[in-house]
Design a binder for this molecule. Structure first.
Ligand SMILES: C[S@@+](CC[C@H](N)C(=O)[O-])C[C@H]1O[C@@H](n2cnc3c(N)ncnc32)[C@H](O)[C@@H]1O
Length: 211
């Protein structure tokens, strides 16, 4: 009777170790939770951890009719360097490059969007005029831009506003649907798309520094 209990315990420990080592890969969270209470176990397969980007704005593409209007209101022309902050599938920089020969840069935090944008640039034969960077728009340098396009959210526009006001005087900014609080736009336009949705386009020019 005395020998049975340690043997049973040993068998249980052995099968538990086998189960932990050979089971399906666990998420990063699960690994972190367990690390405090279990001894490290040799991994036979690498853990697959999917890290989702932290979006400040969900992906909703701008209707092509609105893209055309944004470029028109932004007075976009050949020599411009256009930055789309939160560039989605790349349609704004790609359209500007096709229509005006503009050099374009798209910044998006979601690698899936960057993949799509690069594919679209290839398909449109514009890969030599546009580039797409996977990055957070809040930590990116867009100081070389002559035109900035946005389709973000009111709160995100407001967070971005001090950075926009630091850009070269005369830099043009065009925003789909959302304004900049008490920074009055130079132009505003309302457009209804064929699906009967009303859109707004706002235009600002970075003013000369006041000091
Ligand atoms: C409303 S969509 C606009 C897409 C495109 N500009 C257009 O008008 O078709 C917003 C985009 O911003 C991206 N985004 C959200 N948060 C971001 C961040 N912090 N930095 C860069 N991109 C971001 C999303 O992945 C999404 O593609």
């Amino acid at each position: 009777m005395k020998m049975k209990f340690p043997l049973l315990r040993l068998l249980m420990l052995f099968s538990a170790a086998l189960f932990t080592g050979c089971g399906p890969a666990r998420s990063l969270e699960a690994t972190a939770d367990n690390s405090a209470v279990t001894a490290p176990v040799a991994q036979t397969t690498p853990a697959v951890v999917e890290v989702k980007p932290q979006l400040d704005v969900p992906y909703v593409p701008t209707h092509q009719m609105i893209v055309d209007e944004m470029l028109k209101m932004g007075e976009v022309k050949g020599g411009d360097v256009l930055y789309d902050l939160g560039s989605g599938d790349g349609r704004i920089p790609i359209t500007a490059a096709q229509r005006f020969g503009t050099r374009g840069v798209g910044i998006d935090i979601n690698p899936e969007r960057i993949r799509e944008a690069n594919e679209n640039a290839q398909k449109a034969n514009m890969a030599n005029r546009v580039r797409f960077t996977e990055a957070d728009l809040f930590t990116s340098d867009f100081s070389e831009a002559t035109v900035i396009t946005l389709y973000l959210l009111p709160s995100v526009n407001l967070r971005l506003r001090p950075r926009l006001l630091e850009l070269k005087p005369g830099t043009r900014i065009v925003s789909h649907n959302y304004d900049m609080g008490d920074w009055e736009p130079e132009k505003t336009k309302t457009i209804t798309t064929p699906d009967d949705v009303e859109h707004f386009v706002y235009f600002w020019r970075v003013p000369e520094k006041s000091n």
